[in-house]
Design a protein around this ligand. Sequence first.
Ligand code: SF4
Length: 353
Amino acid sequence: MNMFKLTGLLAKIKEADLPEAAELESVLSLESSDDLNTLFSFADLVRHEFCGEGIFLRGIIEFSNFCIRNCFYCGLNKNNLKIKRYRMKKDEILKSVELLAARNIKTVVLQSGDDSGIDVLWLRDIILEIKSKFDMAITLSVGERSFDDYKLWKDAGADRYLLKIETSDKALYESAHEGMSLDNRIRCLDDLKTLGYQVGSGNIVGLPGQTLKIIANDIIFFKERDLDMTGIGPFIPHGDSRFSNQDIGEALLTLKTIALTRIVTKNSHIPATTALGSLDKDYRMDGLGCGANVLMPNFTPQPYRKLYEIYPGKRCVDEPVGACNFCMDDMAKSLGRFIDYGIGDSLKVGRYV
Ligand code: SF4
């Protein structure tokens, strides 16, 4: 596409209250290196305008790999009898949070499978203790729960919640998530927003049967819901899941989705995900160069880290806890940016003050 025409189209998409799916689809289908450079540079400028040069860190602790679900791509699916299951003890979690605080990181992401064995009061006590000891935001990512569970944790001090929808297409969602419904996923997102959480969601790029139109509709879904955080990662099927023989999602299409999501949503936090760093090469730098503004260092201690194998080839499973900080500092510097050690709340002005 002519550069001026493409820049005009991207500017139109950026200014639209709700962009048209066909226009997003046409951008997702771009292939020439000139077009891609134009797209990525435009997205980087939008990131600069709405998010600045800082890269926020979210320290992640994967505290349980039990799961009651059977997502057809995930290594933690309930039918995978090969993995050793674990649930970290309260003291172990708090020790990991301490390490994270010592690295000056101000957000902890407490993540697990959809683990019905997590006692709601046990997790509430952990939230209370973290909040009483550390100046830190807490993001929960523990799956689909009732309104009352979400409320209890919010009242205890949890700030944010991450629940990816994976795809906004009902049929595609149900073809990859046995016994689950997109409607309940959306009900959870609605509950979280009602309760005042900063809400993160996102999709997987490259799911079997996914089309560019579906991805375009995902981006419109992100815009409509005005998400505080949007996580976009490539499809990487685990060898012990139903989709083990399916092709891995393309890095380039994932980057195009990140870039367009930045242009459309403007100031949603967008991480350069660990999955993006776990393909044939580490594409996190590329992600940061086309719209992403968040990195997620892993603070899950061994031996658990190796057992949280959602997908194979996951980056940084052998590194010592905390090593990621230095690596991420280098990544930021090489892009002429910096690690922002602030708390990194939502950029949706006025919503949470
Ligand atoms: S993607 Fe999440 S809910 Fe699905 S099987 Fe894996 S850990 Fe469980």
